[in-house]
Design a protein around this ligand. Sequence first.
Ligand SMILES: Nc1ncnc2c1ncn2[C@@H]1O[C@H](COP(=O)(O)OP(=O)(O)OP(=O)(O)O)[C@@H](O)[C@H]1O
Ligand SMILES: [Mg+2]
Length: 251
Amino acid sequence: MRIVVKIGGSVLNSLETASWLHDVQSLVADRHHLMIVHGAGSLITEALARHHVATAFVNGQRVTTAEVITDVIREMRGTASMTVVSLCRQMGISAVGLSGADGQIFDAEMIDESLGLVGRVAAVRPQLLEKLWSLNMLPVITPVAPDIQTGQLLNLNGDWAASGLAQKLGASVLLFYTDTGGVRWDRSDPDSLMREITVRQAQDLIDQGRVAAGMIPKVQSAVEAVANGVGKVGIGRWCEPTMTTWVVRGE
Ligand SMILES: Nc1ncnc2c1ncn2[C@@H]1O[C@H](COP(=O)(O)OP(=O)(O)OP(=O)(O)O)[C@@H](O)[C@H]1O
Ligand SMILES: [Mg+2]
């Protein structure tokens, strides 16, 4: 079974780390064809502040100039990727850090000029991934990839990258790990986690402002994955499905 797991930068250095590592370990042990896509959390924002580069977000996507992409690549493909790879190593998992450019795994296409160097997943070539899976190795993907037309490296939102890859790889499962566990009815109340939301409810939650900020691209990209045939899409934890928000078809 092909499974795509997005590890939010928000859980890379927190107490939540143990839960996703445990889940990844059991999925690898079950010989699933697993791929991690990671985020960066505050690493990029901190690096930009150190370098006095201003940045802005439009609909949850970071406006990415030529100056910004340099820090994105450095922090994502460097610190964030190596953190995930070395955490996996501590659990006895052979992980390999790769961007879309490595082994030509995937290309991107620009979303909108106004966002600058920001892309979405375009062509995917799974040959290297299949090779790694056959060696029982775990690909850890940094969401940066070459523009399919020009080769210019583009920054991808991690949630949209995970969803795009899951769709194009025909994955059976797409799972997002984030600091809140799943989608909450009341974002400040951990007890209000919703066990299931339909595609229609997802849109309502966004319209009502209950789903906000970094949860918006997660829910929207989850909805797109459900609509395009990814069998099981959840925001939460594989080994404790009762603590997960499953996004399902329907009104
Ligand atoms: N209804 C909601 N339920 C849960 N979290 C919500 C909700 N609405 C907004 N959020 C926010 O979404 C955040 C998760 O998204 P965020 O982008 O910050 O993390 P991530 O995607 O895991 O990390 P990264 O973006 O670094 O990959 C939560 O910390 C929370 O503040
Ligand atoms: Mg996020």
